[in-house]
Structure formats: C-alpha cells, structure tokens
Design a binder for this molecule. Structure first.
Ligand code: ADP
Ligand code: MG
Length: 267
C-alpha cells in the first residue's frame, strides 16, 4: 500500500528547548495508527508542526502522498489533504455548522452542489442532522463536539487526518461513539493518526499499528499487545522494559497533573 504520511528524522525545538528528537513515522493509506505517550511527550507539537503552526525550529522532513509538507504554508497543506482535529474544539458563535461546512468545503475547492450533498450524506451517517442549523459547537456535549469534528472531516475527506486526543474528557459511551465514527471514516484513500494518552479508546477501535512516544522520541511500535502492556504496566513499565531513564532536568517540562496521570488507563 502506498505511503500517505511520511515523517523522517524530525527534530523540533522552541526557544532552543528540544521537544521532538529524531522522530520518524510512516502511515500507509487505508490504515489507522495510534500514537500514544504521556503528557508532555510532544504529541500535540508533532501535529502542530505537521499542520504548519509557526514558532517552531524544525529539522527533518515530512511528506503527504509524496509532496513535501514543510515547503508549504498552512492553507496549502490543508488543501493537499492534511487536516487536524483539535484537542479542545472551540465554539463559533453565530455561524451555523452547515454554513461553516459549506465555506470550509469551498476553501478545499469543492463545488456548492457537491458540498451540499456531502453535508447531507455525512450528517445522516454521523447523526449530525439536528446540529446543522445550530452554531458550531454551541452547547454541544464533549462527545457531540468530537463527533462533529469527525463529521467535518468526513465531509472534507482529507488524505491524512490527525486526531489529537479525540477521546479526552469523554465518558465511556462517548468514547465508544467516537471510536465507531473513526472506524466509519476508514477508507483506502485516508490515513488516520489517532493521538491518545489513554489506551481506553483502543478497546473499541482496532488500529493497525501503535506507536509510543516518550520525551519527544518514538520508542516503540507494535500491535495490540503494546496497548495491553501499557494498560497493565503504564508508561513506567514500558520505560523500565526499554531502559529509558526519566529526564528530570532539561527534559520536557512536566505539569503537576502529569505526575497523577502516568498510567494510560483511566476508567
Ligand atoms: P503532549 O501533547 O504530548 O502532551 P506537547 O506537544 O503539548 O505534549 O508538549 C511537549 C513539551 O513541549 C511539553 O513539555 C511542553 O511544555 C513543551 N512545549 C510545547 N509547546 C511549547 C512552547 N510553545 N514553548 C515552550 N514549550 C513548549
Ligand atoms: Mg497534547
């Protein structure tokens, strides 16, 4: 199968602070890959750098379907087919979801008729009909917001979808719903990178490969056995198996909450 997303030897720093260090990843079309890692390991930074958020010192390369990403600006990357869902979707007061999607679809070069058809079809598939004529994300529950994000992706049909913590803050029923929505998005023309702190979502969603990121480095890749290992032993257990010392100084800065969420299991 051909490669959708290729990241090679990516190193990223902010104000000379190293966040990603020699990170490489290859995701073929048609596959769903999970990237797991403790808080502060650099998962969101990876998304930001790939989508083109400014302010990072970037070394290495990344390509989408063979096209170099780092030579393109944010809009060009999106039009090429790279979309990111947000960890904390924002409300857009006064703009209805349907209008918002029509505009986004136009930006991506879709005609009005095609955009309207896709909005109808996908809103039916993801149960978003009742939300189309409400303001974007206004008064939606956490789970509904994440489902809305997946609906939006289904309309825009990216080649590579980066889902950053699509499962965070959701109750167990919502996690199941979101997993089903990600599963429904599977297509031979799409690669999904699902970033998550917890292995919980992997009980409902079968992914093709799991990658673990610690301190800005990809430290292990594997199948479902890796999720099971994390579920029982946490990142601490994996560190021990791989002989990775905890970096206390000059490493990623840890928030107080990180010390309470070292295990990826949270039910
Ligand atoms: P994750 O998403 O895995 O929790 P992040 O990518 O958000 O991790 O952050 C990785 C590390 O980089 C953290 O220690 C964070 O504090 C640091 N970091 C991220 N962005 C910046 C920035 N703009 N300036 C300084 N440090 C940053
Ligand atoms: Mg993050």
């Amino acid at each position: 199968m051909s490669t959708a997303l290729m990241v090679s030897d990516l190193s990223v720093a902010v104000d000379n602070k190293q966040i990603l260090d020699g990170f490489s990843l290859e995701v073929p079309f048609g596959e769903v890959h999970a990237i797991m890692g403790p808080n502060g390991s650099g998962k969101s930074t990876l998304c930001h750098v790939l989508t083109g958020k400014p302010g990072y010192q970037v070394k290495g390369s990344a390509s989408l379907n063979g096209d170099d990403l780092f030579s393109l600006d944010v809009d060009e990357r999106a039009r090429l087919g790279l979309l990111q869902s947000f960890q904390y979707p924002t409300q857009v007061a006064g703009v209805k979801l349907r209008e918002f999607m029509m505009e986004a679809a136009e930006e991506m070069g879709l005609g009005t008729a095609e955009a309207a058809t896709r909005i109808e079809t996908e809103s039916e598939r993801f149960g978003m009909g009742p939300f189309l004529d409400r303001s974007v994300n206004a008064d939606l529950s956490g789970g509904e917001k994440k489902k809305s994000e997946i609906f939006q992706m289904a309309v825009l049909r990216p080649k590579v979808a980066l889902l950053d913590e699509i499962d965070s803050g959701l109750d167990i029923d919502a996690v199941k719903q979101v997993s089903e929505a990600v599963e429904a998005m599977r297509s031979p023309d799409l690669a999904v990178v699902m970033i998550t702190h917890y292995s919980r979502i992997l009980r409902y969603l079968s992914v093709d490969r799991i990658h673990v990121m610690i301190d800005g480095r990809l430290v292990d890749s594997g199948g479902s056995e890796l999720a099971e290992e994390l579920e029982s032993g946490g990142y601490e257990g994996l560190r021990k198996r791989l002989g990775i010392e905890k970096v206390l100084e000059d490493g990623p800065m840890r928030k107080p909450a990180d010390f309470f969420t070292e295990t990826p299991f949270d039910v």
